[in-house]
Design a protein around this ligand. Structure first.
Ligand SMILES: Cc1cc2nc3c(=O)[nH]c(=O)nc-3n(C[C@H](O)[C@H](O)[C@H](O)COP(=O)(O)OP(=O)(O)OC[C@H]3O[C@@H](n4cnc5c(N)ncnc54)[C@H](O)[C@@H]3O)c2cc1C
Length: 387
């Protein structure tokens, strides 16, 4: 069976790896280079802490289990480039209202089997000596982890190539060739490419690419920005974020949502995220947005006040109005499959997505219920605007 994976971001790379390792003839194509789009413009959090009970949490738990298994396979390039760090996350509420909401959310997660340990002031100070003392509630999630997104995508793509996949860069998908109502080939800037199945993994462009293929899905860009400090001595030991983050993630508002997400990287830089805005593909950095991010990060870590910011960057999360990825066959166009719409969680969720997609495509029983991610659900088939 020949499969063409459209898009060489982390989701396409993970799908290509899983499919190639099952013996399928896989071609990955991208209009740019591998991992050059959203995957290179986010952070690398692999989180269960921000997901309430439900299908996304199940996909996150599956992915969290798969990450170490994939890395333990010791494929070259070395797994070290992935910078896997099972550092755990700490969610901090700084107001009483925030503490009540965090306590309720953590209870619901515990009931679903997630480890969520309340930290008293002494335990928090020991875990994060530099975090604000002005804390109403702190919860530790030991299952949260972190990767370096481009390194992780390169690792997964390397696994695909070693299993026989082919990579074609500079190859833009322009349209569909159909026969008897089935997708049999894609027209690209580098010619027509035939296959038995096509996996749309074009991230925030999934809506546009699906429309070009004649089967639109409602995946839209949701802008996010991050500040990067100069390398620092160890100051931040977990992934630490403000309890409002969960509300910002779950909101579909167009206007700016920002909440502090602070984490150190192996290089010593500290990433300060992040914003959420729906502004189409407008990629201008806005000083006022960066100021809000900095202010919120300082509220969590006052010690960062004198720390220089080295750079800022932003990307476009692939947003679906019901906040669930789209994974599975497109019933309107046999031959077309989707693996996209992961919004702010596509790095963490890529291994589980690839496993689910490959199980469905090769007729194996999936390890989690695929129904909530199906393509023909109302939130996905609405033909939205470009916002
Ligand atoms: C600020 C920010 C912070 C984030 N933080 C996190 C985080 O901490 N943890 C996490 O899990 N996720 C995070 N994310 C989200 C994560 O980055 C995305 O969910 C993920 O990268 C999506 O990967 P993808 O492979 O679907 O898309 P992409 O990486 O965008 O890949 C899609 C590919 O498709 C290609 N393409 C597009 N159109 C065409 C076409 N017509 N023809 C051929 N190729 C095409 C593009 O060139 C691109 O390479 C963050 C995102 C942002 C913006």
């Amino acid at each position: 069976m020949r499969v063409v994976v459209l898009g060489a971001g982390i989701v396409g790379a993970a799908c290509a790896r899983e499919l190639a390792r099952r013996g399928l003839a896989v071609t990955v194509l991208d209009r740019g280079g591998p991992a050059a789009a959203t995957t290179a413009h986010g952070e690398g959090n692999v989180l269960v802490s921000d997901k309430g009970p439900g299908p996304e949490l199940e996909l996150a738990r599956l992915s969290r289990r798969l990450w170490p298994e994939i890395l333990a396979e010791h494929e070259a390039p070395p797994a070290d480039a992935v910078e896997w760090d099972a550092k755990g996350g700490i969610v901090v509420a700084t107001t009483d209202a925030g503490a009540r909401e965090l306590a309720r959310f953590a209870d619901s997660q515990r009931a679903a089997g997630i480890t969520a340990d309340t930290l008293d002031a002494a335990a928090l100070a020991e875990a994060e000596p530099h975090v604000t003392r002005d804390v109403a509630l702190a919860v530790h999630y030991p299952e949260d982890a972190q990767v370096q997104p481009s390194g992780a995508a390169a690792f997964l793509l390397g696994g695909a190539l070693r299993a026989g996949a082919e990579l074609r860069t500079g190859c833009e998908v322009l349209g569909a060739v159909t026969s008897g109502g089935r997708l049999t080939a894609v027209r690209t800037s580098a010619g027509t490419i035939e296959a038995d199945a096509f996996v749309n993994a074009t991230g925030p462009w999934s809506g546009e690419v699906a429309a070009r293929l004649g089967a639109p899905v409602d995946v839209r860009p949701r802008r996010g920005e991050v500040l990067v400090t100069t390398p620092q001595p160890p100051l931040v030991f977990h992934k630490v974020y403000d309890a409002d983050y969960v509300g910002a993630v779950g909101s579909g508002a167009e206007e700016l949502q920002a909440s502090a997400v602070v984490e150190s990287t192996r290089a010593g830089t500290i990433l300060l995220g992040s914003s959420r805005r729906r502004v189409g593909f407008d990629d201008r950095l806005r000083p006022e947005v960066l100021s809000v991010i900095a202010r919120k990060a300082l509220r969590l870590f006052p010690c960062l006040a004198g720390v220089p910011v080295m750079r800022a960057y932003g990307g476009f999360r692939p947003y679906v109005p019901d906040h669930l990825p789209v994974i599975g066959p497109d019933p309107r166009l046999p031959g077309l499959w989707h693996a996209g719409g992961h919004e702010g969680a596509g790095i963490g969720l890529s291994p589980g997505t690839a496993l689910l997609l490959a199980d469905l495509l090769t007729g194996r029983a999936p390890q989690i219920d695929p129904a909530p991610f199906r393509v023909d659900r109302p939130a996905v088939l609405f033909e939205g605007d470009d916002q």
